[in-house]
Design a protein around this ligand. Structure first.
Ligand code: G3P
Ligand code: MG
Length: 250
């Protein structure tokens, strides 16, 4: 099996249900529940700065409007990415990947960077995010895991930073998913938990790849997957699943 330095439990969008997703406040909240690994979504500003945001548009999770990729980092960094969630988070900024890297490295936390390009920006985003991650984690023993639903983005990431570990994200067992993951040199495949079963795990493990799932918030599902030998579980339920307990506590 390829080297796998990541904890089993990974907080989704930096624990982004109990705090505003993809903000430092969410990471801090996950950390307060004992989480030591985080997933976040990263895309590019108009001037090429990698930053955290899930949607292509700004409305749902910030005080901004329209396509995030049209604004410069200077404009994006002035938005409120916390007030939509609750008054206690008002003024929380959109983080840059650089800011989140500093937080994770300082605390010894692992990061799964989901490359989430604006439509049409797949190659540019994969390349820029990988190059930035390579720079930010240059001297670190545990490198961030780069994942994406977009094979083109992963290919660009591989070309820009071949040494960084990659994972293909899939929502369905579509034709060609396994060959694609192998061709991209992936160390893992991250699937919707509903399509992960013993045969998928066996296929991945036989090819020395790891099996990871998103987004598991149900204890019965978590127990099923742990019993099957899953390697990573991305969850929102950081207050219910204890990453330090050996079993699934919920
Ligand atoms: O990286 C796994 C998961 O985050 C993928 O779905 O939509 O929450 O980014 P989404
Ligand atoms: Mg994601």
């Amino acid at each position: 099996m390829k080297d796998w330095p990541y904890p089993l439990w990974i907080a989704h969008r930096g624990a982004g249900k109990l705090a505003p997703e993809n903000t430092l406040a969410a990471f801090r909240l996950g950390a307060s529940h004992g989480y030591r690994a985080f997933e976040c979504d990263v895309k590019l500003s108009a001037d090429g700065v990698p930053f955290l945001l899930h949607d292509a548009e700004l409305e749902r999770t910030s005080s901004g409007a329209g396509a995030a990729s049209k604004l410069s980092w200077s404009e994006l960094s002035r938005l409120d990415a916390g007030g939509w969630h609750g008054r206690g988070f008002a003024g929380e900024p959109l983080p840059s990947l650089e800011g989140i890297a500093a937080y994770c490295i300082r605390n010894g936390f692992a990061l799964n960077i989901e490359i989430k390009p604006a439509p049409g920006d797949e190659v540019q985003t994969g390349r820029a995010v990988a190059a930035e991650a390579l720079r930010l984690w240059a001297d670190e023993p545990v490198q961030p895991l780069l994942s994406s639903f977009q094979p083109e983005a992963l290919k660009a990431a591989r070309d820009a930073a071949p040494s960084l570990p990659r994972a293909l994200l899939i929502d369905t067992l579509r034709d060609g998913w396994f060959d694609e993951a192998q061709m991209l040199g992936c160390v893992a495949v991250v699937t919707n938990f509903r399509i992960m079963d013993a045969s998928v795990i066996a296929k991945l493990h036989a090819a020395t790849m790891r099996a990871v799932v998103y987004t598991v918030n149900d204890a019965i599902e978590a127990r099923r997957l742990v019993a099957l030998g899953i390697d990573g579980i991305i969850t929102d339920a950081v207050d219910r699943f204890s990453p330090t307990a050996s079993g699934v506590c919920a």
